[in-house]
Design a protein around this ligand. Structure first.
Ligand SMILES: Nc1nc2c(ncn2[C@@H]2O[C@H](COP(=O)(O)OP(=O)(O)OP(=O)(O)O)[C@@H](O)[C@H]2O)c(=O)[nH]1
Length: 471
């Protein structure tokens, strides 16, 4: 999918939302017209159906005669469903097409496929072979309703993801995004001063020095190449280049979580105190539990007073099990008990909360290595993920911590928390460029469902939607 597709998709959706009231009026009018037509049709249809029924009568047994008796009712149903279904079908097809347009372009044909199916059923209703017709109509109606319900679910999911990104990135949009917007609104020429100022802006937005330099170097070429002059052209080139560099920096990164092929999946969380580890585990446990997974938590941060209690509160809130140990006890012992329990009692996922002490790299390394050793002894390919939790509001500091953790253990991915609390969302680019670790989840707020899978397109849209204009 091209970069600007997401802008087009969102724009289309917004346009649709605006058009909806007008379309609803049209729909109502159609339904009213169809009712008038169907009243006329019912009179003529019932006459023709009666004569057809009489013709067929010799072959018809008791059952069909019941059907024939039920015919007026059936016809009423089919007439209703004719007018009703045509409108609901159109609505279904429409809602399906809304969703399709919003999601995968390659599935654009589906709504069109659905519409004819339903249309042909209403044609069946017009032919008026009573019993099968109503069955067909009922089936079609049911199918349409089911597909509409499924589509509605998808829309809700998609809309809620988009809404979460939209809300969660508001601060960055009004910070980083709006600054870039103002900068582009005021530039006169794309000259050296322009690039100097752009570099400063990018660095101040946490994109990182290295990335800011790379970006401005490549932009020099690209602006010339595309002969970009207007604000809109230059803005599009900048955003396109940012995404291009982001993609290139992480082309081998896998942003999905790695799950065990069989047995429990073990996910360890590391990161400094206050980065949001416990909260992230609580949110993630709720997420996986809602997907029907059996989740176990291990409170292996035995050093910070209150850490176990905090995780225990989440466990109770989520309705998941937890293994704890005594304060200041050996965290590896908690890990051992938890992994044993996870294996014996067939848990799907074990989340391990660890202490975030960073004052001594050697100690941290030893502690994490001991936990990993225990896990691997019990489950050979565990831990399946070691997620480093970073607080987006700490900017360059978060990057420095990340480098330290990366040297201490094999980190497999990042959870970037508190993105809602920073006005400088550029840190996502810096992480990609400097750490070469995939951001797997982002925290877009404090609520349980504010943890979202990282979606680069939604991220870019959330950050720059006020800057980009698409046809
Ligand atoms: N706004 C916002 N707040 C968050 C997010 N994630 C975590 N927090 C808050 O950050 C604070 C610290 O989170 P914790 O989960 O306690 O952090 P921790 O890394 O477990 O810290 P220790 O338990 O001290 O190791 C809490 O007040 C959380 O509610 C987020 O995505 N957005």
């Amino acid at each position: 999918m091209g970069l600007f597709d997401i802008f087009r998709r969102h724009k289309k959706h917004e346009d649709k939302q605006e058009e909806r009231p007008q379309q609803e009026e049209k729909e109502e009018q159609k339904v009213a017209d169809a009712h008038v037509d169907s009243e006329v049709a019912t009179t003529s249809q019932s006459a023709s159906s009666e004569s057809e029924a009489q013709e067929e009568a010799p072959e018809v047994d008791q059952d069909s005669s019941t059907t024939t008796e039920a015919q007026p009712q059936n016809e009423e149903v089919s007439d209703d469903s004719l007018s009703g279904s045509s409108s609901s079908v159109e609505q279904n097809a429409e809602s399906a097409s809304t969703i399709e347009e919003e999601t995968v372009t390659s599935r654009n044909d589906e709504p069109e496929e659905e519409a004819p199916t339903t249309k042909s059923s209403s044609q069946v209703a017009e032919v008026s072979t009573p019993a099968p017709e109503s069955e067909v109509n009922d089936d079609v109606q049911e199918e349409a309703e089911e597909s509409a319900a499924a589509s509605d679910d998808e829309t809700v999911d998609e809309e809620s993801t988009a809404a979460k990104y939209d809300q969660g990135l508001e601060k960055s949009r009004t910070g980083f995004g709006a600054r870039l917007n103002r900068f582009l609104a005021n530039f006169r020429h794309v000259d050296e001063d322009f690039f100097d100022d752009l570099e400063d802006l990018l660095i101040e937005s946490d994109v990182g020095y290295d990335m800011a330099m790379k970006l401005s170097d490549e932009l020099r070429e690209e602006v010339k190449l595309q002969n970009a002059k207007s604000k809109q052209e230059v803005s599009n080139v900048i955003i396109e280049k940012m995404v291009d560099l982001y993609d290139r920096a992480g082309k081998d990164e896998k942003s999905d979580l790695n799950f065990a092929k069989e047995g429990p999946t073990v996910i360890m969380f590391v990161g400094v105190n206050g980065a949001g580890k416990t909260t992230t585990i609580g949110k993630m446990a709720a997420l996986f539990k809602s997907q029907g997974k059996k989740v176990l938590l291990a409170a292996a941060d035995t050093f910070r007073a209150g850490a176990t209690e905090q995780l225990d509160i989440w466990a109770k809130r989520d309705g998941v099990d937890i293994v704890t140990g005594p304060e200041n006890g050996d965290p590896a012992a908690v890990v051992f008990d938890a992994v044993q329990k996870a294996k014996k009692e067939n848990y799907d996922i074990l989340f391990v909360d660890t202490a975030g002490r960073l004052q001594n790299k050697v100690n941290l390394m030893k502690e994490l290595a001991k936990m990993k050793r225990i896990l691997t002894r019990e489950i050979p390919d565990a831990p399946h993920e070691v997620l480093l939790v970073l607080d987006a509001t700490t900017g360059q500091n978060a990057l420095n911590q990340a480098k330290l953790f990366k040297e201490s253990t094999d980190v497999t991915g990042i959870v970037l928390t508190k993105l809602d609390g920073t006005a400088r969302g550029g840190i996502v680019l810096a992480i990609r460029n400097e750490l070469h670790l995939p951001v797997k989840y982002v925290g877009l707020g404090e609520k349980v469902n504010d943890l979202q899978k990282f979606d680069a397109s939604e991220f870019v849209y959330g950050l720059f939607k006020d800057l980009v204009e698409v046809d």
